[in-house]
Structures are given as structure tokens and as C-alpha cells.
Design a protein around this ligand. Structure first.
Ligand code: ADP
Ligand code: ZN
Length: 748
């Protein structure tokens, strides 16, 4: 028997062993797709090993079809997926799934056609020798091979394999001809350009501009590391506006020049199209873009181009870390602190961390760039594990925005409890409007109001499926209350559902209300809103961004979307309506997130010739993450936060695994969690890690299910993972109700 190990698209499943039937010549290579039976259906899986083993007395089933003669996934990517599956406790097939371009697991995946053409050698075999191609040995050609070659010799561009098949020429015949160099095969399709259609960002890049002294020094250090051609991680810690993109471009150019490829990872291309566009203008058609806003077809095309080796630079989001580059020499993770690098369903991988693993495997330089590095990366930089490259100043000595705090308690005392826009912020906006400068206003909360309640009986509107109150949105037909977790929605009634009193009131505020208040207060200003609701329709996001860049919007209100790496030189004021939105969450990263968001959004002001200012409204002006964000003092934040994490034993001081158990009832979830924890305890004592919980999750109910969670904390991840894996293996019916998150970003 010839056995192969196949990763299949079934959650949490380890690879299965199949037999390759004798009718197939050779073994399908590692990385090839195969169609295999599972139960009563067949699925498309990927060959991940040749030395498969069989349990005693088991009969393997046969591979139903081999779809690729050459590896579809590069063997290096198969290995990367193996690491992802193991580290994040996901199935191998789940990990393989994110590495494959969309659609490649459908039976009809290959709409792209394979075209076969005779080579010069092949032609010579038919029409006679030429000086360039001496006559090959044609005696060994079978009649079928000869027939195929004759057919092809007549058509210069070649014929699709499907046409040849219709004319009775099998793939096997073609493969044998190809093996002797008589025909060449290529994949053909119309390549769609992902930049077409979407509003192009105008990027004027001055190729010859001089780097600042600091940029030059950073650039030299990184170039030295890249030239060494060995694995190394460097943290490029540069304040907002310090010109990190320029450094990426030069480094990328250098590495391409040495014949290796470059992978640039960005959090969300749609939000920061300019970085992708800059790379596009610098590298032309040797750039491929990989991100989720592309259509499946576009992504597929791009993926194939990379796989064929036509690409030097890949710019992409999280999943681009699996891009099929043959020999990446440089991997850049821009805005490495950004939480969108973490995938929040299985495999729950962190794109930055997988990038580092990929860099290690391919001997590449990995550059992590940020103005507000994650605690993890900065910790590794100060401990010497990573190189630490710092840019302390903005280019052209532009100052960082001055940050002013407004204590909202005082504002309420003076102006009443309904104030949303403080006097200071209102006056500052007015000033900017007069000077025809632009303003960004941040509130990290969507909707109009955060709650509805009855003034008579106190009844509130909670989601029937989740333990959160419904958010009020303004809809064309009136008020609508919606759950931001499960999307349940209902009309807000005129009177209370419980006591029928007509005293329903709304409380709290979100971006919609800010937009409305700004419009009322500054009727001449052009105000727009950017949040997940306003950009739902395809194309609105790019349209909004380019309108703002073009000066057609004066004030842009939005959620954290407006804080991402935008470079709008005419913004001189950033207003933060409430710095406190994230602080109250029961999440150990709350302070880190708040610090990052405030620092990043303040960093959007004053990037042009005029100095910028940020006005931050808060109820807690003394909170350290707000204080240090005002001073934009990252090292001070890090020290303070690390002390807290040490005291509480949170990452990066320890490694953490979070497990959430879901159940139809709270008791069921709690019972299962208690069972798992009890079974873990002996191992925890032996391997010296902590098990904390079980306890109800902060989000106690989600989409109709109750949630209970526990944590593992310790210094050796592998011990914790193995213990949990072993315990879950003894409870097979429980696995699908447990979500395991290794290195969780959010623990709600
Ligand atoms: P960061 O990503 O570090 O926040 P950017 O790369 O967006 O900063 O650069 C900020 C601005 O400075 C951009 O408009 C960029 O074109 C400009 N810039 C970068 N380097 C230089 C330089 N050496 N001279 C002049 N302008 C520069
Ligand atoms: Zn809900």
C-alpha cells in the first residue's frame, strides 16, 4: 500500500491516512490537493505527509482523485500550517484552509485553464531538427504522444488541456511529454487588477527625497540585518509621522535586488490604501495584493501569480502570511500592535506571530513597525531578543500634536449632564472651520444611543440572545434597536413593553449622535461619519477616504477606523469625545488598547505644515493610560503597564490560554468547564501552571448560548497546550463546545 496523510476540512480533525490506488503513477507530492472520502461524502484535502501510519487492523480508504501533479501549497507553507494547527490547537485542515486561496477547495475550483504548447524541442521532434534544437530522440514516442505533439505543433499558442482531452489525449500523455521537455504547460486566465475599479489613491512619491538623519540611521541598521540573510526580528518603533513607510520601501527594494521576495503585512488595506498604493507605484506589476475586500476571483488570480513566481512583493492582510512566495527575505508587519492581525475564529492565529515563525523558517528579516508596539513586542525588544530601532522624531521636525485633557466631570457641573461636546472642543472645531483646516472626531462606539429604558418601571431593552443591551440606531423609518454581537434588531416601540407607560428614554451616545450634534452646531460645515454602519456598502469606505483626502469633508466623525495609519496633512485637530469607552471592560488589555488608540488618533493631527492639536475628553483624567498617552510617552506607559501585568501575572510576563465553554444552559456550560478543569489539575500541579476558573465569561450569553471560561497561565505553553489537548481528547463530544484561544487578545 502507498499511504499518504491528508489534512481535511473538518474542524479540529488531525490528518487522515489514505491509500493511493495503483492506477495513479507515483505518489502525489506534499502540498497537492486530493479528493478523499469521509463518511459518505467526499472533500478536497491536502497531502501533508508521505510516511503515514495506520492503526493496527484498519483499512485505509482510497484517494478518489489527485488534483495536482505539482504541489499546490508549497511544502514550506504546509509546514507553517502544521505549526499553526499545533500552536493554536486547531485542526490541520483548518490551518490549511486559511493558506489556500478562496475557492480552491471547491470541486470546480479551477476555472483557470491549463494550456499546453509544444516547445522548440517538441517542434523539432515533429518538423525536423534546427540548429537551435537538435533532433531529440523521438523513437520512444508512443502513437498517442506523437498524435498530441502533431496537434500542438500546428497551433503556436497551444491548446487548453480540456480541448486536448476532448480529442482523446489524456493528462497522462501530456505529463509524459512535459517530462521530456517536448511540451510546456501554463495556467491561463484573465488577470484582474485589484487596483482597478477601486478609487485610486493619488500618491505622489518623491523617489529621490533625502531620508532624515534618524531615518537614514534606522534604514542602515535594518539594511545590515537584511544583508546578513539570516533570521532576525527587529522592532521599528517610530512615533506617528516619523516616516516608517519610506524605510519599508527602501528596505524592500534592497531585498528584491538580492533576488529574494518581500511580504508586507498591513492591518486593513481598505483603511490605509496609501501604503499599498506606494508599493504599487514603486514596484509596478511585481506587486500582488492579498486582502479580503477583493473578490474571490481576484484573490485567486493574485495568488496564482505569486505561486508562479511572477511577484517580488506581496502586500496583504493577516492571511497573506501564507502567501506562496518561494524565498521571502523580508517580512514587514506594519502597525504590528493592531488587533486585526488576530483571527477570531479557528485557527485563532496571530498574523504577526506566524510571520515571525515563517521568517525563522526561511531565514528572513522580520520587521515589526509601530508607534505603539504591543507589550509583547516591546518586551522582546528591551530584553534583547529583538533588535530595537527607534525613530523619536517626526520627519522635517514637525512636532507631535499637543494633547489637552478636558475633565468631563467639571464640564457636567458647569453645563449640565447632557453635554457631549465640551466648550473647549467646540471652540477648537470652530477655529479650524474658519481656517479651512480639517478635523477628526473619535468616538469608539457606534449607533445613536447605547440604551433604551422606561422612566416609569426601569425596564431596559436587552438582546434576547446575548447579555448586552441593544444599541439604538436612527433608521429611515424611525428608531431601531440592534445587538452589535448577533445583529438581532427590533423597532423601538412608543411605549414600554412591560408597563405600557409612554416614557421611554434613550441614554448614552454613539457616533450617530455626535454626527447629528455637529451638524446642528456647525450647519455650514461638511460633516461625515465613518464607522462600520456607514461603510457597509461596497465602495463607500474608499469614497469617504478620498473625499476627506480631497478636502470635500471638513469634519469626519468615526470609530477607531479613523485612527488607523492615515496620513491627511490638512488635519490639525483631533477630538476624542470619550477616552473612557474601552477602559471599563473586564479585559487585561483595556489600558493598553486605550493608550494605543489615543496615541494613534492624536498622531493623525499635525502631519502637514501646520501644527496639530488633540483634545481628549475624559471622566478619568488621572488614569495612567490617559496621562501617558497625552505625553505620547511610550516607555513610561510600558513600565507602568508591565508592573501591573507582573503583579497580576498576565502576558507578556506569562503565557496564557483561554478556554470558553458554551452550553444551552448556564449549568451545562459550568458543569462541562468544571469537569475539564478537574481533569487538568493533576497535570497543572506536575507541570507547574495555573488553572484559573471556571467562571462565567464577562459576556455571559452570546448568540443564545451561555458561556463559562477558564484560563491557563504559565511559562511553558507547550505543557499547557498538551495538557488541555489530552484532556479534551478524553471528552470527544465536548470538543465542539469549547473554544480554545492561545495567546488571546480579548478575553470577553
Ligand atoms: P508613519 O508611518 O511613521 O506614521 P509615514 O510613513 O506615513 O509615517 O510618513 C509621514 C509623512 O512624512 C508622509 O507624508 C511621508 O510622505 C513624509 N515623509 C517621510 N519621509 C520623509 C522625508 N525623508 N522627507 C520628507 N517627507 C517625508
Ligand atoms: Zn445579541
Amino acid at each position: 500500500m502507498r499511504l499518504v496523510s491528508v489534512a481535511v476540512p473538518v474542524p479540529y480533525l488531525d490528518p487522515l491516512t489514505y491509500n493511493v490506488p495503483a492506477s495513479y503513477p507515483g505518489l502525489p507530492p506534499i502540498g497537492a490537493r486530493v479528493r478523499v472520502p469521509i463518511g459518505s461524502r467526499t472533500v478536497i484535502g491536502c497531502v501533508v505527509a508521505h510516511d503515514a501510519s495506520l492503526g493496527a487492523g484498519t483499512e485505509p480508504r482510497d484517494v478518489a482523485a489527485v488534483l495536482d501533479e505539482e504541489p499546490f501549497l508549497l511544502p514550506a507553507i504546509v509546514e507553517l500550517c502544521r505549526w499553526v494547527a499545533e500552536y493554536y490547537m486547531a485542526g490541520f485542515g483548518d490551518a490549511i484552509g486559511v493558506a489556500m486561496p478562496p475557492g480552491s477547495r471547491r470541486a470546480d475550483a479551477f476555472k483557470t485553464q491549463r494550456v499546453i504548447a509544444a516547445t522548440a524541442h517538441g517542434l523539432a521532434a515533429i518538423v525536423g531538427a534546427t540548429p537551435a534544437s537538435p533532433l531529440p530522440d523521438v523513437r520512444a514516442l508512443t502513437p498517442k504522444q506523437r498524435e498530441a505533439l502533431e496537434m500542438l505543433a500546428a497551433i503556436p499558442g497551444g491548446l487548453p488541456a480540456s480541448v486536448l482531452r476532448d480529442r482523446g489525449i489524456s493528462t497522462d500523455v501530456l505529463r509524459r511529454l512535459a517530462a521530456r521537455g517536448l511540451v510546456a504547460r501554463r495556467d491561463e486566465r484573465d488577470e484582474r487588477d485589484p487596483f482597478e475599479g477601486a478609487a485610486r489613491m493619488d500618491v505622489a512619491r518623491d523617489d529621490n527625497r533625502l531620508l532624515t538623519g534618524e531615518q537614514q540611521a534606522a534604514s542602515d541598521t535594518l539594511a545590515g540585518l537584511a544583508d546578513a540573510g539570516r533570521f532576525r526580528v527587529a522592532l521599528l518603533h517610530g512615533v506617528t509621522g516619523s516616516g516608517k513607510t519610506e524605510i519599508y520601501l527602501r528596505l524592500a527594494d534592497r531585498v528584491c535586488g538580492s533576488g529574494r521576495q518581500v511580504l508586507l503585512m498591513v492591518p486593513e488595506i481598505a483603511l490605509t490604501p496609501s501604503v499599498a498604493a506606494l508599493f504599487r507605484s514603486a514596484f509596478g506589476t511585481r506587486v500582488a495584493i492579498q486582502h479580503s475586500a477583493l473578490s474571490d476571483g481576484e484573490r485567486h488570480d493574485q495568488w496564482q501569480r505569486i505561486r508562479r513566481g511572477e511577484i517580488d512583493v506581496v502586500v496583504g492582510t493577516r492571511s497573506a502570511v501564507f502567501a506562496p512566495l518561494a524565498n521571502p527575505g523580508l517580512i514587514i508587519v506594519d502597525e504590528e500592535h493592531d488587533s486585526s492581525y488576530k483571527q477570531e475564529d479557528s485557527p485563532r492565529y496571530h498574523g504577526r506571530d506566524v510571520a515571525i515563525v515563517r521568517g525563522r523558517a526561511s531565514g528572513a528579516l522580520v520587521v515589526l513597525g509601530s508607534a505603539t508596539p504591543s507589550m509583547e513586542s516591546y518586551h522582546n525588544a528591551v530584553s534583547g531578543k529583538y533588535s530595537h530601532v527607534v525613530l523619536e522624531r517626526r520627519v522635517l521636525d514637525r512636532p507631535l500634536a499637543a494633547v489637552r485633557l478636558v475633565n468631563m466631570r467639571e464640564e457636567y457641573a458647569d453645563e449640565g449632564p447632557d453635554v457631549v461636546i465640551s466648550r473647549a472642543l467646540g471652540a477648537a472645531i470652530e477655529e479650524r472651520l474658519e481656517r479651512r483646516e480639517q478635523v477628526l472626531v473619535l468616538l469608539n462606539r457606534r449607533g445613536y444611543a447605547t440604551a433604551v429604558f422606561c422612566r416609569q418601571c426601569g425596564d431596559t431593552f436587552e438582546c434576547p440572545n446575548c447579555s448586552v443591551s441593544l444599541t439604538v440606531h436612527r433608521a429611515r423609518a424611525g428608531w431601531r434597536a440592534r445587538c452589535h454581537y448577533c445583529n438581532y434588531s427590533m423597532d423601538v416601540p412608543k411605549s414600554c413593553r412591560t408597563c405600557a407607560a409612554p416614557y421611554l428614554e434613550q441614554a448614552g451616545f454613539g457616533t450617530e449622535k455626535i454626527e447629528q450634534q455637529l451638524c446642528e452646531r456647525f450647519p455650514a460645515a461638511r460633516v461625515s461619519r465613518m464607522d462600520r454602519d456607514s461603510v457597509r456598502r461596497k465602495g463607500t469606505l474608499t469614497a469617504l477616504l478620498s473625499k476627506f483626502a480631497g478636502g470635500e469633508i471638513d469634519v469626519l466623525v468615526g470609530t477607531q477606523m479613523i485612527a488607523k495609519g492615515h496620513d491627511f496633512p490638512r488635519v490639525t485637530l483631533v477630538g476624542v469625545i470619550s477616552a473612557d469607552v474601552g477602559l471599563g471592560l473586564a479585559d487585561f488589555r483595556a489600558a493598553e488598547r486605550t493608550f494605543q488608540l489615543l496615541t494613534q488618533v492624536a498622531g493623525r493631527a499635525g502631519r502637514g505644515e501646520r501644527t496639530g492639536e488633540a483634545i481628549v475628553q475624559t471622566l478619568y483624567p488621572q488614569h495612567y493610560s490617559i496621562q501617558v498617552a497625552c505625553r505620547q510617552d511610550y516607555p513610561a506607559f510600558f513600565e507602568k503597564e508591565l508592573t501591573y501585568r507582573r503583579g497580576m501575572r498576565y502576558p507578556p510576563v506569562v503565557a496564557m490560554i483561554n478556554a470558553v465553554i458554551r452550553g444551552r444552559t448556564f449549568e451545562e456550560a459550568m458543569q462541562t468547564a468544571t469537569d475539564i478543569v478537574r481533569r487538568l489539575e493533576p497535570c497543572a500541579t506536575r507541570a507547574r501552571f495555573l488553572v484559573l476558573g471556571p467562571a462565567p465569561a464577562p459576556l455571559g450569553r452570546l448568540r443564545g448560548e451561555h458561556r463559562v471560561q477558564f484560563f491557563l497561565k504559565g511559562t511553558r505553553r507547550a505543557d499547557m497546550r498538551n495538557a488541555l489537548k489530552d484532556v479534551l481528547a478524553t471528552m470527544p463530544d465536548v470538543r465542539r463546545r469549547v473554544t480554545v484561544d492561545v495567546d488571546p487578545l480579548s478575553v470577553l
